[in-house]
Design a protein around this ligand. Structure first.
Ligand code: CA
Length: 257
């Protein structure tokens, strides 16, 4: 029983969650133009602009990948944001206002089989490299200098969190959309949890990337996952496979050492 005065506040040890990782992950959004992506349907049914910024690529080839085409090194945050900003106009109020980049086209779609803009200007990350960058940007190095080459490889060096009520911002959520191992491993997607709400602490805001880098709540909303069509076609997100509606999330964290 406490009688008067102030009891010292006891902060329980938190085995999971690295707030700096969440902070660094958020910077990929906050450092970019505000209206980069098509608006999404809000809970009242009206379209709302999202202030989270996004990468642009017209396909799932999200930016430089080791062994892939072009640069052999994943974009850094600075390089990524500098590419995004090339399409921004002054006082922008809507995603449809982006300008062409050096006559290479507006960001983010495929037109007559051509990727627009050209690969030189595409900015983004395959999902596991965005997460890896967020971890290393925050000063952690659970991979001892190595660079993961798959989503599954990202789990190496991390510790799984079994108790979902212990999930904290900075933890890493892995999605297994089809609940089975595939050509590239078990996990199909990965994201950084940047906010946790809900009585059961199962409502997460995450930062992740598939084709785009996005900022969404409550796991993954199907309309936000994938690349998007041209402005002329309304900018709807495409490439969603309805088989992906029953994913299994698993949580991992950078271990305390
Ligand atoms: Ca899978």
């Amino acid at each position: 029983m406490l009688v008067g005065g102030c009891a010292p506040k006891i902060t329980p040890p938190d085995p999971t969650g690295k707030p700096r990782i969440a902070l660094e992950s958020d910077k990929y959004l906050s450092g970019c133009p505000a209206f980069f992506i098509p608006p999404v349907e809000g809970s009242d049914g009206s379209l709302k602009n999202e202030t989270g910024a996004v990468a642009w690529t017209p396909s799932f080839h999200t930016g430089p990948v080791p062994g892939g085409i072009g640069l052999q090194e994943p974009d850094t945050k600075q390089r990524y944001i500098s590419k995004i900003k090339k399409a921004e106009i002054e006082n922008q109020t809507n995603w449809s206002q982006y300008k062409e980049i050096d006559s290479s086209g507006r960001p983010g779609y495929i037109s007559n089989g051509q990727e627009i803009p050209s690969s030189l200007y595409q900015a983004g990350f395959v999902c596991f490299l965005l997460v890896w960058r967020s971890i290393t940007d925050a000063g952690f190095d659970p991979y001892q200098g190595a660079e993961p080459s798959s989503v599954d490889a990202l789990t190496e060096g991390l510790e799984e969190i079994i108790d979902m009520t212990a999930v904290r911002p900075g933890d890493i959520v892995f999605y297994d959309f089809d609940n089975q191992a595939g050509q590239y491993g078990t996990y199909d997607h990965v994201a950084v949890i940047v906010d946790v709400t809900g009585a059961d602490r199962m409502e997460w805001k995450v930062v992740s990337s598939i084709g785009i880098i996005e900022n969404f709540k409550y796991g993954a909303k199907k309309t936000r996952l994938g690349t998007f069509k041209s402005i002329a076609y309304g900018g709807d997100f495409i490439n969603w496979n309805s088989n992906m509606n029953h994913w299994t999330p698993r949580i991992f964290a950078v271990p305390n050492k």
